[in-house]
Design a protein around this ligand. Sequence first.
Ligand SMILES: Cc1cc2nc3c(=O)[nH]c(=O)nc-3n(C[C@H](O)[C@H](O)[C@H](O)COP(=O)(O)O)c2cc1C
Length: 184
Amino acid sequence: MKAELTKPETSLIIYWSKTGNTQKVAYAMKQGLEEINTHVTVKKPEEAENLDYFDYDLVCVGCPSHSWHPPEQMTAYLKKKFNYYRENGKIRLGAPKVAGKNAIVFVTYSGPHTGIAEATPVGKDIAQYFDHIGFNVAAEWYVLSEFHGSKEANREGRLGDLRGKPNAEQLQGIKDSLKQLFTM
Ligand SMILES: Cc1cc2nc3c(=O)[nH]c(=O)nc-3n(C[C@H](O)[C@H](O)[C@H](O)COP(=O)(O)O)c2cc1C
């Protein structure tokens, strides 16, 4: 059985998006968190360098899959934060959990060649940054999304016709999942 999660009072959403899909998911998450009366701050990585994750109960980080890795900009940002926390004694052997601190990782992807396997390495990579500072990774979400600018990948890839994704139903599913995580 999963441990119950305390509803966050304050949340930080950090996202990087090249063609808009991840941004849609980030703002659906913002709405979902506001619907459970959480105060939400949304930032892009370049705006979030001086924000301290430990000032928030929940930190959500999202980006697309680029060649089954996080985009370079996201990796550069996460590494910078990691080095800061290491210098400040927050990276401890055994990675003990810090009470009340949760993270959610979200990845948008199109999976034209091998499906969701092109996205899971991205989520696992980002999750490790939070595991290492003692945050509980409450969820990793992989959101199938349109491949803008590539007609073939968008219609004939392994996961079929992706036009219009993430659609209203997917975005509603994200809001519902947030409510389930924190209010059940
Ligand atoms: C340069 C580039 C590389 C991509 N590589 C992959 C990939 O390896 N696997 C995948 O599933 N999708 C890949 N995609 C598709 C994106 O991950 C997907 O469309 C994502 O939702 C885009 O998010 P964004 O609109 O927030 O930028 C790639 C897209 C771009 C632009």
